[in-house]
Design a protein around this ligand. Structure first.
Ligand code: GAR
Length: 214
């Protein structure tokens, strides 16, 4: 048997972007709170014409989010909707919904969106909101998923793209990639390898969801 590199990911289902071509540019609204590397992977897949989509707006909730720099690189329009300016999650989600609709968004992509979604957004985009999570769901839901996997002593973890639902990290799973945990891994080293796989599966999972569920 040949040597299989320990950090090679197993993607399930084994679908690539080329397997699920989109017939027209799908309008994606991206929600991001942090560095935006997943947004960057999606924007790059669009720029290199591997993913037939457009991002009419990227909404961010943290005025200092690094995703802004990436958005500028790709020329994506950004809109700050700061949850601190609202008295309830629902009111904030209503503002997000209004913004997405006014930009003609068809599918909502939560790319490192660190907010719990409410029924307001879920009803507005029923079965059209995707989230990425750094574990093999249903294991290690919620915050600090990478640390949870290390603490549990599992030997394999990974990432999941799934439909958003009222219960956190619990909607139907679209695509997952497995990432082995290596001796000496820290949360940072492990998360970095998980993110490599996130960037591979997120654009493909979007294409798969759009073709299968539109
Ligand atoms: C990603 O690893 C994503 O899986 C995680 O946040 C990171 C965002 O990275 N999301 C969650 O933990 C959601 N529960 P990015 O800003 O570089 O895309």
């Amino acid at each position: 048997m040949g040597n299989v590199p320990l950090d090679s990911a197993l993607i399930s289902p084994p679908v690539t972007l080329a397997d699920v071509p989109l017939s027209r540019p799908v309008q994606l609204g991206v929600l991001a709170s942090g560095s935006g590397s997943n947004y960057g992977a999606i924007a790059q897949a669009i720029a290199s014409q591997q993913l037939n989509a457009e991002i009419p707006v990227l909404i961010y909730n943290n005025p200092k989010a690094k995703v802004l720099e990436r958005a500028a690189q790709f020329g994506t329009k950004t809109q700050l909707i700061n949850h601190r300016d609202f008295t309830s999650r629902e009111a904030c989600d209503q503002a997000i919904l209004d913004c997405l609709r006014s930009h003609g968004v068809e599918w909502v992509i939560m790319a490192g969106w660190m907010r719990i979604v409410t029924e307001v957004l879920l009803r507005g985009y029923e079965s059209r909101i995707l989230n990425i999570h750094p574990s093999l769901l249903p294991s290690f839901k919620g915050i600090r998923a990478v640390e949870q996997a290390l603490d549990a002593g599992v030997k394999v973890t990974g990432c999941s793209v799934h439909f958003a639902s009222l219960e956190v990290d619990s909607g139907d799973i679209i695509m997952q990639a497995a990432v082995p945990i290596l001796p000496g891994d820290t949360p940072e080293t492990l998360h970095a390898r998980i993110q490599v796989q996130e960037h591979r599966i997120f654009p493909a999972a979007i294409a798969l969801a759009v073709t299968q569920y539109s």
